[in-house]
Structure formats: structure tokens, C-alpha cells
Design a protein around this ligand. Sequence first.
Ligand code: GH3
Ligand code: MG
Ligand code: MG
Length: 367
Amino acid sequence: MGDELETSARILIVDDHEDNVELLRARLESWGYTTESAMDGGQALEKVEASPPDLILLDVMMPHMDGMEVARRVKSNTNLPFIPIIMQTALDTTEDKVEGLEAGADDYITKPIEFPELKARLKSMLRIKRLQEELEERERQLLEANERLRYMSQTDGLTGIDNRRHLEQQLDSMFAHAKRLNEPLSCVMCDLDRFKAVNDSYGHQAGDAVLKQFARILKNEAREKVDRVGRYGGEEFMLLLPGTVLDAAVTFSERVRKEVESRTFTFDGGTIKRTASFGVAGWPHPRVASCDALVRAADDALYVAKETGRNRVIRFDGDAFNAHIAEHGSEQLGEKPKRPDGGERERPVSREQPGIADSGGAGELRP
Ligand code: GH3
Ligand code: MG
Ligand code: MG
């Protein structure tokens, strides 16, 4: 493959003497190269920019713009790929060679040109170009692989939305940003109601299909590129709404709740209706001093939404929330340490119906 590229290469001959151009052209073409020519520096630059050759055989001494200047301009143009330049110089002094190399030439050959030497230098330069291109290609592949890896480390495999770790990173920076600019930030925790029954009745794959569609609904309802939507744990999702006050976040959640309620979820072999419960908290709030407190507040509100009948939106520190706490106490709320391993959080024990185990299917209520 390499040899092919090296002999089918397109070479731009730049020389102000037509005789020289013709001599070189005949020789290069007899070796299998394709050639183009330019009679002065300006024309050479135009041709290079219009369609970059694989190599430039560049005369140093030309009127108007000499070879040194052409080399400088080609090498400083970052839009161009690597194009080897071989300077052809009549001046066989060290200073000229040094100046040529410093201007950006990759090699030089002295006039009168010895053709076997020219042939060897062309081959060597084109080999370097090929290696350079292979390196660039590998670098591109590496960048692509890194990008894929970054995506995978931030994304939930099932639903394609943010995973918990990424969500928590986003929350940290959003919270810091909100505090710095004194802008509101709301957090919505939502959880499918009686989701375990989907798995139990129709199988895990049906459950997966419902989760995916639920994630889609959340993503569609959220503002693109502004809100963050992620999967926090099994069938629990979190939305971060920057610049959104608590009232607006409650209205938003109510809209999503209705959308979920109206939707028919489909899976291989059937359809199912499902509802979801929402807990909403916002900053600023006197009891929300940190990211953790914000998430905990939303989670506590979600807990109350579940306790008070599901398929509802509960606002942290709102009337329904406080009425529930007044009646049942707040012991079962909060104080759940954030698990650093990214695993699912502990549920407050009292979320379960009396006598019904969280994971056991036997006593599970059916929809
Ligand atoms: P509640 O209304 O109180 O939220 O009841 P629930 O049944 O939705 O909640 P529970 O916590 O009892 O059950 C959650 C279930 O979600 C149990 C678990 O097997 C299931 N689950 C978690 N992750 C996945 C998943 O990725 N795919 C499927 N199919 N099921 C999952
Ligand atoms: Mg649930
Ligand atoms: Mg659950």
C-alpha cells in the first residue's frame, strides 16, 4: 500500500524556468508520479491551497516571491496537511541549506540535479508523509475511542440518558453556579409507581422497555441542553432544572406526571399503563444548604408522594408535605447517606407497606 502511494503521488514542480519544469516533469512521470507545475511563488501557493499535492519540489531562486517565502507560507498554513517540501538550490553553501530548512523545507537537492539522488529523496520524503498520515489516522481513532469512552462513562446503558455519577457531577457544578450567581436551581426526583409488578407480570424485558420509554418522556419534557435528566437508580430518575424556581418545577413535574399517566407503554407482546410519583425541591430554601440537602429534600418529597397515594407531585416543605410530616413524624425522612459507590440508595424502611417486603414478590400489590 505504501509503495503505491509513493509512486502514484502528485508532485508540484515549482520553477521559474520552463525548461527545468519540462525536464523534471518528464523524469518524474517516467517514474510513475503525477505532476503539476507552477512558474512562480504566488501561483504555487494558489495551487497548493486549491488542491494540496503530496510533495512540492521547490526552486529557491524565483522572482517576486522566492522559494523560502513559499515554504514559510505553506508550513505556517494550519489548514494544509503535511506536505513535504524538497528545495532545489543552485547555491551549495551551508547557509542556504540552513535557511531553506529553517523556512520549513524538509529536504534539499542541489542543482544540477542528479536524478538517482532526486528519486531516492522523493521516495524517502513520501515515506515520511505516509508515516505521518498513519500517525494522524491513529490519533484520530484514539480521540474517537476516548470520546466513546467518555460517553459510556457518563451514560446509562439501558436508557441512554445521564447515569448517576454524571448527574451528581452536574449537580455539583450547577449548585456552585446557582450559588455564585444567586440563581434558582430545582431538583425533581421521580419514580415509577408499582414498577416491580411490571417485571413480575410481564418479565424483565418488558420492565426495561417501560424504563426506556419513561426516560424518553422525561427527556422530551425537559429543556434540551439546559436541564439534566438522569437515571438515579433502578426505576428512579432525577431532573436538574437550572434557573427554575420551586413553583415552576412543580408545574413542570405536574405536566410530566400527566404525560406519563396518559401514555400507554408498549413492550414486546403487550401494552401497559403506568403512573409516576414526583418529589420536588429547590434552592434557595432555608433548609437546603448543599447539593446533598437538595437531593435529600427532593427524595423526602418523593417519599411523601409515595406514602400519600402515588401518582402525584409533592413539593418539599409544601402544605401536603408538612401535613404528612405533622401526622407521621419526620423520623423516616432524610439522614440517608449518599452512597459513594453509585449504588442504589437505601429506602426508608417505612416506605414499604406493612408486612410487604421490598424485594419479595409474594406480597406485592398488583396494579
Ligand atoms: P413504588 O411504587 O413504591 O415505587 O413500587 P415499585 O414496585 O416501583 O418499587 P420497588 O422499589 O419495590 O421495585 C423496583 C423494581 O425495579 C425492583 C427491580 O427489580 C426493578 N428494576 C430496577 N432496575 C431495573 C432494570 O434495569 N430493569 C428492570 N426491568 N427492572 C428494574
Ligand atoms: Mg417505583
Ligand atoms: Mg423503587
